[in-house]
Design a binder for this molecule. Sequence first.
Ligand code: G6Q
Length: 549
Amino acid sequence: MASRTELSSWQALTQHTQNMRTRKIKDLFSEDQARFDKFSLQLPHFLFDFSKNLITEETKSLLLDLAKETDVAGWRDKMFAGEHLNRTEDRAVMHVALRDKSGAPIMIDGKDMRPVVEGELKRMRALVEQVRSGEWRGYSDKAITDVVSIGIGGSNLGPLMATEALKSYADGRLNVHYVSNVDGAQIADVLDHVDPETTLFVIASKSFTTPETTLNANTARAWFLSNGGSEDTTSRHFIAVSSNVEKAVAFGVGKDNIFEMWDWVGGRFSLWSAIGLPIALQLGFELFDELLQGAFEMDTHFREAPLEANAPVLMALLGVWNGNFLGYRAHALLAYDQCLHRLPAYMQQAEMESNGKSVNWAGEPLAYPSCPLIWGEVGINGQHAFYQLLHQGTDIIPADFIGSINSTQPVPGHHDALMANYFAQTEALMKGISAEEVRADLTAKGVAPERIEELVPHKVHPGNRPTNSLLLNKVEAKSLGALIALYEHKIFVQGIIWDVHSFDQWGVELGKVLAAGIEPELAPDNEVSGKHDASTRHLIEYYKKAKQQ
Ligand code: G6Q
């Protein structure tokens, strides 16, 4: 297949970039009073404004040509039809099936999976109700008060992000804690704050072979057994979510306590499955179901809206425009809502693990960059930290600004103060401050002319820095579901355009095996392998020696 760079739409965009490089976004606004209407979309739970990008109607039309030439719509339909788009692992990519409320059959590998998916949701509901109502009892017949979710990566980031985002809706019936790091400090801290008699552990691991999770799960079980628990009562305190039932049983979780997930759900797309149990336990099943409902609404939009009014498609194309044609190699996610404080970490994984690839479907090196560096923070904190670089640094970093009209926890005077910054920053990043404006300002302040000339270059803000604004009505289960699904589909579309396999993660698999080889070498009596490079060998030896002193 021809490289993407040989497509006529790609070449037309390359050509078009030459004209656009000299343009200023702020001038595009002065030239077209209808710009906001042309470049924004009203979606069920939020407004998506992309007018502060360096684009014209011609840019949009050329980008849509690229989407058509790469057959984004055709590939989208193949994903929804259950084709094996995860080619290197030979699997379907069907996280959308987990939230499909249409009632239609969900065909995967020739089988209707709807009864299976709904059956598992039913089991989740039953468990959540039992635990939250107090019917589920611990070994000393007390009701559960705390849930400790043990899992890492895709089995942690989604549920953690969502429980943080929605915690203002929790009734406080259960406290949910997360353990992901193999650093014992994390599990030790959590175990210090829970009571073995009233704690339910959820071991979340699709493979059930992830060393970090296995070690944490073993530590949790040992702690349980040495604090009043027994083998006979383990089933009241340990449940598992996995596609590897055999391994979960071998660990000691009873079959009835194992919730299934399937190989057609990628880890980073799995919060909609039983991996989302901690979310449901904290919020109740109804709210978890609303999360699914919100995602389903976005799935429907992605499937049905024409490409020119399709939010995930447009968002993906804007990312391609900024990254591949304008050459901006990083993208920031800035959440102006405290409850979304884990969203950047979640999206870092979703985007970079999916599209951080350097060969195409045919296995050939890409002739263009794929996923940019994705990073971010809670916006207002970032303003007092790294926004300096966003405004005046040598790199231009496009950003998504995510804010809400209504706060989940209104405190008089706070929300408008927060949102004033949300609005101000995108305006400032676009407009910048010219030398003339700096001069006029300093002159009005009575600064001496020589001093003014000294200061001008330092106070100029070049502007022309692109941003998207996502304005939610409020962070609620449905809007959060829709927001996450928006990004999931953006990732899908970008993967198609970049011609990369978005649904495998061989770079993560490598990490899973490497440490296993080194760990035995850390034991005092064991040799450090001569196969290591000199740096790694010296570091290991230094560590071992220092530890023994
Ligand atoms: C996600 C990745 C990765 C995975 C973790 C945990 O897409 O594959 O982050 O989720 O490595 O894997 P397990 O769920 O198998 O423990």
